[in-house]
Design a protein around this ligand. Sequence first.
Ligand SMILES: Nc1ncnc2c1ncn2[C@@H]1O[C@H](COP(=O)(O)OP(=O)(O)OP(=O)(O)O)[C@@H](O)[C@H]1O
Ligand SMILES: [Mg+2]
Length: 286
Amino acid sequence: MAKDPWHYPRTALADQYLKTLGIGLGKSLVLFAQRRMGKTEFLRKDLLPAAEKAGYITIYVSLWESREDPKSVLLDAIRKAAEGEGIIPGIWRRLGRPGSKGVRANAGAISAQASWERGTAEASDRMLDLRQWMNTLAQKKNPTLLLVDEIQMLADEKRYGALVAALRSALDKHGDQIKAVFTGSSSEGLRQMFQKEKAPFFQFSHQIPFPQLGPEFVQHMLRAFANATQRQLNEAEAWQAFTDLALVPEHFRLMMANMVQLGSTDIATALEEVKMAIQESAEYPS
Ligand SMILES: Nc1ncnc2c1ncn2[C@@H]1O[C@H](COP(=O)(O)OP(=O)(O)OP(=O)(O)O)[C@@H](O)[C@H]1O
Ligand SMILES: [Mg+2]
C-alpha cells in the first residue's frame, strides 16, 4: 500500500503505548476521544505497524463497520490469528487456507488431526472456541496485540455480556502474552462498559485520554501541501485555523483539500467554507 503523504505519523505515541503494555502496567488500554479525532487512523497507521515491528502478532477489528454482527467479526479475527502461521501450517496449505465458511465446512477433518480445534463439536458455543483460540495465541512465541476499534458496539449487556466476560477473562489469564487496546468515542454505552464498578473491564483496563494533535500536525500538513502544490501556506494562520476547527484533524484536512482543489492559498476563505460544510452536515446528518 502506498504511504499516505498526508498522514502525520504519531510514532512516539505508539511507542509510548507499546511500552506501557510491555511493562505490564495494564493488560489493556482504552483510548477515549471525541469522534473524528484520529483514533482509527492512529490504530491502523501508527500503532499496528509499530506493534508488528516490535514483534507482536496483531489483530485489528473495527466493530463499527460490522455493527450488524460485531460478535462474529471479533471472533473470526481472533480465530484467524490463532490459526496463523506456526500452527500446523501444512494442513492449512493443503486445505488452501479456507475462509470462515470453509473452516466450518472442513472442521471435522481438521479436528480429527488437530486437537486444538476443540470447539467444532459445540459449534454454537463459540465462547469455548474463544477460550481455545486465546490459549493458542498465548502459547505462541510472539506476543499478541488485539486492537478493537469502537468497542462500545459490545455495550449491550444482554446480547454481548457473555462475550465481553469471556474476552475479559481470557485477557486476564493471558495478560503477559496477549495485550489489548480498545477505542471508543465517548458514549453512555462505553462508560457503562468501563466505568461502572461492576463492569467487566473496570479496573482491568488502563484508561487513557487520547491526546489531541498539536502544531507538529499542522506543520506536517503544510509540508504535504507544499509538496503537492509547490505553494507555501502561512503557518501561524494555519495553526489558528486548526484551533478554530476545535483541533479536529478531519476538518483541517477538509480545509487543505479544499485549497488543493481550488489552487488557493487563502486560508481564511477555505476555513469559512469548511465551517459552513460542518454546520450543514450537523443540520442534515446523513
Ligand atoms: N495522524 C493523522 N494525520 C493526518 N490526518 C489524520 C490523522 N489522524 C486523523 N486524521 C484525519 O482525521 C480523520 C478522522 O480520523 P479517524 O477516523 O481516525 O477518527 P476517529 O477518532 O476514529 O473517529 P470516529 O470516532 O468517528 O471513529 C481521518 O480520516 C483523517 O482525515
Ligand atoms: Mg474511528
